[in-house]
Design a protein around this ligand. Structure first.
Ligand code: TYM
Length: 333
């Protein structure tokens, strides 16, 4: 039986290789399976949990749509829309925030990381962000949610919220408890400058990530400058436990070439990093350059991108507005 897929990406600029290998690449595969119904959301309400420049936000929403399309998602098959245009998301988030418990949210590690030392100054939205994410998923009865490893805890919270709602209001199976779809390997791509840190949009150094809008020269340069260690390439997969940068680069290579980490280690065992880096850069250029060129081309046609969103909003609204009405009835409004 086909799956009901829902996932979201924040329009905060600098979509990168981590977003691609951890999430968007899977979106494309799921979109290509004709039995699935897929919904991919540009989560602009999530973006404003930290300060955004309004003009940039508008551009970034379009750029996220362009990235979906350039990566191979078909807007005729999958629904692509932006969250703020479907009112049920904000309504659902409020209602579910009365179901979720403080204790559950206090455990969220991403809030702790993002809020940093001065959490008194973090927005309330940043704190309650996983509840909005739960509303996103539950409004569409999603059965499967493809994400990178960093979203695992948020999905567990979503499952807890769904179960508590169903129990509290005695409506068994009303909210669909979703399954996470997280790849076993390569679901956490690390910074090119520090193998212990996640590749991230907000990292100051642009050399820490491959952006999906990078051109060939930028990709080659970033891989040349990527951090390694002074030893030759590892002989054995066990060495990777201590050699985080080598692990990350070999992981990226394996993901791009659809091979296992073990095979990639075998391929390059004992060689110089420079030789491996040349091959890695080649694979990256092969994959990312066409996407980058297509994103830039699509950004030249704003009305095309806006039409995709308008069409998606209409379709998403039809589904979400029905579900929120049922939710309201159930809680006694
Ligand atoms: P966001 O916008 O931070 O990231 C989008 C997707 O990219 C994945 N990802 C990574 N995967 C591997 N390695 C990395 N370094 C890396 N960085 C990011 C993320 O896991 C994610 O899948 N809260 C979500 C967006 C969201 C959502 C949802 C997702 C909102 N509502 C409902 C699923 C379902 C987020 O901020 O993703």
């Amino acid at each position: 039986m086909g799956k009901k897929i829902f996932s979201g990406v924040q329009p905060t600029g600098n979509l990168h290789l981590g977003n691609y290998l951890g999430a968007i690449k899977n979106f494309v595969d799921l979109n290509n399976d004709k039995d699935n119904n897929c919904i991919f959301c540009v989560v602009d309400l999530h973006a404003i949990t930290v300060k955004q420049d309004p003009k940039e936000l508008k551009n970034n929403i379009r750029e996220t749509v362009a990235t979906f399309i350039a990566s191979g998602i078909d807007s005729n098959k999958s629904i692509i829309f932006n969250q703020s245009s479907v009112a049920a998301h904000a309504e659902g988030a409020w209602i579910l925030s009365c179901v979720a418990r403080m204790g559950w949210l206090n455990r969220m590690t991403q809030f702790k990381e993002k809020a940093g030392k001065d959490k008194e100054k973090a927005s309330i939205g940043l704190y309650s962000y996983p509840v909005l994410m739960a509303a996103d998923i539950l409004l569409y009865d999603a059965t499967h949610v493809p994400v990178g490893d960093d979203q695992k805890q948020h999905l567990e919270l979503c499952r807890d919220i769904a179960q508590k709602f169903n129990n509290d209001f005695d409506v068994e199976n009303f909210l669909q408890v979703p399954e996470p779809l997280i790849q076993k390997e390569f679901s956490r791509i690390m910074s090119l400058k520090d193998g212990s840190k996640k590749m991230s949009k907000s990292e100051l150094s642009d050399l820490s990530r491959i952006n999906l809008t990078d051109n060939k020269d930028e990709i080659i340069n970033k891989i040349k400058k990527a951090k390694t260690d002074p030893l030759p390439m590892p002989q054995d997969i066990k060495e990777l436990d201590e050699r985080l940068e080598a692990r990350n680069l070999l992981g990226i290579y394996s993901s791009l070439t659809n091979s296992t980490l073990e095979n990639s280690v075998k391929n390059f065992a004992g060689k110089n990093f420079s030789e491996f880096k040349e091959q890695l850069a080649e694979e990256l250029v092969k994959k990312i350059e066409p996407i980058s060129k297509e994103i830039k081309k699509l950004l030249g046609d704003k009305s095309f991108l806006d039409e995709i969103l308008l069409d998606g909003v209409e379709k998403a609204n039809l589904i979400a507005s029905k579900k929120i009405e049922r939710i309201k009835e159930i809680i006694g409004f």
